[in-house]
Design a protein around this ligand. Sequence first.
Ligand code: GLY
Ligand code: MN
Ligand code: MN
Length: 449
Amino acid sequence: MSALAPLYPQHLAVLQRRLESALAAHGFDALAVAAGSEKFAFLDDRPYGFQINPHFVHWLPLTQAIGSWLLLRPGARPQLLYLQAEDYWHAPPATPSGYWTDHVDVEVLRTPLQLQARLRELLPARCAQIAEGDAQLDFAGTPNPEGLLAHLHFERGMKTPYELQLMRAASQRAALGHLAAKAAFEAGGAEADIHAAYLAGSDQAERELPYGNIVGLGAHGAVLHWQFQDKQAPATPTSLLIDAGASCQGYAADITRTWLHPEGRGEAARRFAALWQGMETLELALVDQVRAGTDYPAIHLDAHQRIATLLLDAGLVHGLSAEAAVAQGLSSAFFPHGIGHLLGAQVHDVAGLQIDRQGTRRERPAGHPYLRLTRRLEPGMVVTIEPGLYFIPMLLRELQAGPLTGHVDWAAVETLQPFGGIRIEDDVACRAEGAPENLTREAFGRLQA
Ligand code: GLY
Ligand code: MN
Ligand code: MN
């Protein structure tokens, strides 16, 4: 983490510049950002896991700061009003320490009332606040002004060197987890065992994960966001699809790997292995397109073209061109999600469909309702590239009942259903020039070196 110390002041300088132009453009003199409040189960006193406001994390490497506020003004250092209540039921938030404290004015408050009183003193008349509903101030600060948010969200797409460093660290952690998960799968583990191995390998508690692990053995890989973890291992393991990430100071990695069981034998396993190799090759070709100036939807459309070609080459589809397979929606039955999304302080980071600071929306291409990013790529953007090819019973039934049914080798498709599907997902940073930085592959590469 020592690499972060020199990068943090530069990061703050960039954010301060962005903030000052956003405030000026929208007629505000200051911005107050709430860390957020705790949420409780209905009729109960058990809290859900705390989710910090991503705007807060953008400025400060703090993820546990319930009730704190950050005050941002032109020409001034960020001011943190840090709620550190005395409490013997729960551990209070840690005393601020580390490289960031030299660059932020920190004031510790012991009660929410004291903190509110300080905000009353400090907030100017023309102030905005970014806060979720139950954390909002009722005495000052326009809550979540749309124009200001659009401006800030658009710019959050371009990561600073500091943010990239956090995301490299998150990828490193996730890669460790993925290697441990693969070993648990190969040793015959159930989904629950593979999940536990992932947590241990990535040195994370479940509550630290940026999203719930997706650990699908066999046919469960065909449920895109399979949310359970069976405790019983299948008698004959076929494949594993694991989509699992890691956090570093609130910044996410989002990585998927698909593995064929090493003892897989027979025609179906051979076919699945060939499809996996095809997906691996096309994924890397798509990653290489993450370059400044590239239109991200073009990568999505190219993924469809390549997946259709793979289906044709594998003999699963026949009698029409790859172009026709895409145009008629056949590729979408096997690849029914978007090629990826922006990644950062949120796994599905904000402003994916927003093409300027004013908030202009660019719609997805017709027929592609799940694409999460329609922007042109710019240096500093971090995106995922996550092509998939699945055997999803619900979508296969629709295809079978429709006019394209004669173009599919249903017998072969049936033999592949126990393998669920394939998704390969890397996190990729766009550079100013040349080839992208593949945060995921570089992290795995460091472990194998
Ligand atoms: N892990 C969710 C996604 O890949 O978008
Ligand atoms: Mn993703
Ligand atoms: Mn994912």
